[in-house]
Design a protein around this ligand. Structure first.
Ligand SMILES: [Zn+2]
Length: 251
């Protein structure tokens, strides 16, 4: 059965703020998702379903059995396959008309230009700070918005660095990163999905220039206590990444 794009996103363009060019704007957009774990699985699914025209999926890993509880693009036959390939197969089923690129590579300083250049928005689906630092620097230096997120235990967080101040390092400080691992602390599957879904929501808002974004603000959710908050954060004068530069966040 042939489904037109207009039929697919009819509920999106029924929103009161919708403008005539929304479908075309999404179709012409290019989004990179760095890390296809719990966060990247959820964001990729919604971005594909909503008609974002091109997705680049970046992840060097293969699907492992313990991924299946929360990485909902994968099934048992995918174990041992590259995550980017398995994810593309599901996304092609969900949204046959969009363009997909699979990059089975890790984000490094050397590869950042090759992997990230030419995208309108970048999604952080990473599980380590070192690669997030690369994304943060790329955002500030190239003025490309990055939607960051984290999910561990029962807690999720999402914030946006919109190509300027304040950046991720303003929020966490130079040596304030405490490396936490889902392997050690666990994570409730839907909490990772919730963070990834909020990321997809922020990407769509950035692409469509609608709503209040999370630039300079961090959204946190504690599923254990059912508490959600949005707290602002400000640029740091001595920030080694964005401090002293003239970039300003905003659209
Ligand atoms: Zn900064």
């Amino acid at each position: 059965m042939v489904i037109t794009e207009k039929e697919r996103v009819r509920r999106l363009v029924s929103l009161p703020e919708a403008k005539p060019g929304w479908i075309r704007r999404l179709r012409q957009s290019r989004v990179a998702i760095v890390g296809i774990g719990g966060l990247g699985n959820a964001s990729a699914l919604y971005l594909a379903a909503q008609g974002v025209g091109h997705l680049t999926l970046i992840d060097p890993d293969e699907v492992e059995p313990h991924n299946l509880g929360r990485q909902i693009l994968f099934g048992p036959p995918d174990v041992g396959r590259p995550k980017v390939e398995a994810a593309c197969r599901t996304l092609r089923f969900i949204a046959p008309d969009i363009s997909l690129a699979a990059e089975a590579a890790a984000l490094t300083d050397e590869k950042q230009e090759t992997l990230l250049a030419g995208h309108d928005v970048i999604v952080d689906g990473l599980d380590n700070w070192e690669a997030r630092l690369i994304l943060n620097r790329f955002s500030v230096h190239h003025r490309v918005p990055v939607v960051f997120a984290g999910a561990i235990g029962y807690e999720a967080q999402v914030y946006v660095v919109n190509g300027g101040k304040p950046c991720m390092q303003c929020l966490f400080g130079d040596d304030g990163f405490v490396e936490q691992s889902c392997a050690l602390l666990g994570v409730l599957g839907p909490v990772a999905g919730m963070a990834g879904t909020v990321q997809a929501q922020e990407v769509l808002k950035l692409l469509l220039n609608t709503g209040d974004g999370l630039q300079g603000r961090i959204w946190t959710y504690d599923a254990f206590r059912n508490v959600s908050r949005v707290v602002g954060f400000t640029p740091r004068a001595q920030c080694p990444v964005c401090g002293g530069k003239e970039h300003e966040y905003g659209r």
